[in-house]
Design a protein around this ligand. Structure first.
Ligand SMILES: [Zn+2]
Length: 373
């Protein structure tokens, strides 16, 4: 039923799939996360969209709001990188590079030094230059192998060899002195460097600086061509997303899924709710709380008034809810749901259905962290 990172039958990670989707370091990290199926009482949060579609405009709305609150000094988080997250949202780069970039900015890539700090038994020295510790800055910027690639960026708006503190500092500087296209070049090239580095480490396959640079340009070009194809026709398809949190507010599962076409608003809401309840059932949760911004759906489920075109869908949801030991549904204002809106947008970018269990999708972790502050 779901294309998942988890082999449902055997209750294990789908190792083959994970290794095909992620770089070796990341794949190993994921495979080392224990899966728990005896989850505590859970809470399902599903969020539809009143208009039935998550357009780029919704993303603008969210990110502009974040940027605005920062500019007027009302940000309660005090994180100088907030404008960067907002801008990164709008970049025309593949989702996997978006995730990588965010992790690079958060110092959350599995470099030798980071792995060593996490207690993994490994030397910290850079496997390529063998001179410095492999930090993110070494791997992506200052290592000789990286410098030779960056030398090809003749119109780089910032001086990459000057003393920068970290990747997010550089990205913020590019944001200040350059264009979105520059930021795309920076992140896609960084990804290409990281990819090439992993190839050297795991497959002893050494790429020349030219190959790394050209690989990045090709990714950008291919992505833009694919996006243009995708946006042809009657507009973007609708997408849905579900986030499941436990009673401590920790995200324990998430699902994002583009729909085949543009659905009417209420129908999209109801499909999202149906998928959320089915996911909760699959995870063997007993007590759930559903949250949505669609008041009419709340009312029809509570009152049992299931008339109209969606009757069969709503009846199906009621039937699925029956075996739960208890369930509630509550109306939630849309602003509270930034995390799910971000997931929805990502579903649109990747065009694939994805389910995560037992681990937060990396792209939403920063929002979850912000919301915890
Ligand atoms: Zn190095």
């Amino acid at each position: 039923m779901v294309s998942s990172l988890i082999d449902i039958e055997n209750r294990r990670w789908n190792a083959e799939l994970i290794r095909s989707l992620f770089l070796p370091f990341d794949a190993n990290t994921i495979l080392n996360i224990p899966l728990s199926y005896n989850l505590p009482k859970g809470k399902v949060i599903w969020i539809g969209n009143r208009k039935g579609e998550f357009t780029v405009r919704s993303a603008y709305y969210i990110t502009l709001k974040v940027i605005e609150s920062d500019e007027v000094g009302e940000s309660s988080y005090g994180d100088p990188r907030i404008p960067l997250w907002g801008k990164m949202w709008l970049l025309k780069i593949p989702a996997k590079i978006w995730i990588f970039s965010w992790r690079a900015c958060m110092n959350a890539l599995p470099t030798k030094l980071n792995l060593n700090r996490k207690g993994i038994d490994t030397t910290v020295s850079c496997p390529i230059c063998d001179q410095e510790a492999e930090t993110i800055m070494d791997a992506l910027i200052t290592c000789d192998s990286a410098r030779q690639v960056w030398d090809r960026w003749v119109e780089c708006p910032v001086n990459l060899s000057s003393a920068h503190l970290d990747v997010s500092d550089i990205a913020l500087k590019i944001l200040a002195d350059g264009t979105s296209k520059d930021l795309e070049t920076f992140f896609v090239t960084s990804w290409s460097l990281w990819y090439s580095r992993n190839q050297v480490v795991f497959e002893t396959n050494n790429q020349t600086p030219n190959q790394v640079w050209n690989f990045a340009r090709r990714i950008t070009q291919d992505y833009k061509e694919a996006s243009n194809l995708f946006s042809c026709g009657d507009g973007n398809p609708s997408s849905i997303e579900v986030i499941i949190k436990d009673n401590r507010g920790e995200t324990i599962a998430a699902l994002r899924m583009p729909l085949n076409g543009q659905y009417p608003s209420l129908e999209t809401e109801v499909i999202a709710l149906e998928k959320g309840v089915l996911l909760a059932k699959e995870m063997e949760l007993q007590q759930i709380m559903l949250e949505t911004d669609a008041l009419t759906v709340v009312q029809s489920l509570l009152i049992g008034n299931k008339e109209g075109d969606l009757e069969h869908l709503l009846q199906g949801i009621s039937d699925t809810l029956n075996p739960f030991s208890s369930w509630q549904i509550k109306h939630l204002k849309r602003d509270c749901n930034r995390v799910a809106h971000e997931l929805a947008q990502l579903a649109k970018f990747t065009g694939t259905k994805q389910v995560w269990k037992g681990v937060s999708p990396p792209t939403v972790q920063h929002l979850i962290q912000l919301e915890k502050v």
